[in-house]
Design a protein around this ligand. Structure first.
Ligand SMILES: Nc1nc2c(ncn2[C@@H]2O[C@H](COP(=O)(O)OP(=O)(O)O)[C@@H](O)[C@H]2O)c(=O)[nH]1
Ligand SMILES: Nc1ncnc2c1ncn2[C@@H]1O[C@H](COP(=O)(O)OP(=O)(O)O)[C@@H](O)[C@H]1O
Length: 206
């Protein structure tokens, strides 16, 4: 029998909602058995970040050559830098039967939806827009002007949550992490049941 393909899981949501934080909590948990797809980016490496662990850091020229080579499932320009998901790793990992987890901003998620409609899309939402603003201020990595731009973007992005399969409110990090893991588990069970039903139908039709 052909090996079952892994599931593609996409976690997205507005900047500052806590995507990176929730993703880290998920991958710190030894129970998690999906693979994280490391993105490529042209943004500067931050202190403490490791090339090939947090991101693959590329020059603009390198990134644009990769775009030409169709090396990305999706890519987006976000606050002046490119970010993209390498296609090879994702395909190979899914073909090996493992689940792949993407943590990407919303334009990229929309592109993935077109290419992989069967993927599982989870939107991480803030409890309120005020929480979002506080988190962006609290993180202290952006200027007041950039924060305002991101909040304005977030207003539009929050409207897009209807396009997702699930919405998880990031109130408490560990609760949000648990919800994402439960959604993935439930999705596997659902797909297995649908598969089994089809198999039964095909056998009965013979
Ligand atoms: N479209 C897309 N977005 C990405 C990718 N990798 C990371 N991002 C998103 O890019 C945004 C900026 O990421 P980053 O510069 O690390 O800043 P931070 O997450 O806001 O600290 C975040 O919303 C990430 O989720 C990717 O491969 N594709
Ligand atoms: N549930 C939460 N409650 C309070 N603060 C949070 C929560 N999740 C994340 N944060 C904080 O909000 C800020 C933005 O989180 P981050 O993971 O960088 O967001 P994103 O990756 O979506 O841009 C960080 O300072 C982080 O520590």
């Amino acid at each position: 029998m052909e090996k079952e393909k892994g599931l593609l899981i996409v976690l997205s949501g507005p900047s500052g909602v806590g995507k990176g934080t929730v993703r880290k909590a998920i991958f710190d948990d030894p129970e998690t058995d999906f693979e994280y797809s490391i993105s490529m980016t042209t943004r500067n490496q931050r202190v403490g970040e490791v090339d090939g662990v947090d991101y693959f850091f590329k020059s603009k020229e390198e990134f644009e050559a990769l775009i030409k080579d169709d090396a990305f499932i999706e890519y987006a320009e976000y606050v002046g830098n490119y970010y993209g998901t390498p296609v090879q790793y994702v395909r190979d990992t899914m073909d090996a039967g493992k689940d792949v987890f993407l943590e990407i901003e919303v334009q990229g998620a929309r592109q993935v939806r077109k290419k992989f409609p069967e993927a599982l899309f989870i939107f991480l939402a803030p409890p309120t827009l005020e929480h979002l603003e506080q988190r962006l201020i609290g993180r202290g990595t952006e200027s007041q002007e950039v924060i305002q731009n991101r909040i304005n973007e977030a207003r539009k992005e929050v409207e897009m949550m209807n396009l997702y399969d699930y919405v998880v409110i990031n109130d408490e990090v560990m609760e949000a992490k648990q919800k994402v893991q439960t959604i993935v588990e439930a999705e596997h069970l659902k797909r297995e049941r649908i598969e089994a039903r089809f198999r039964k139908m095909i056998l009965e039709a013979k």
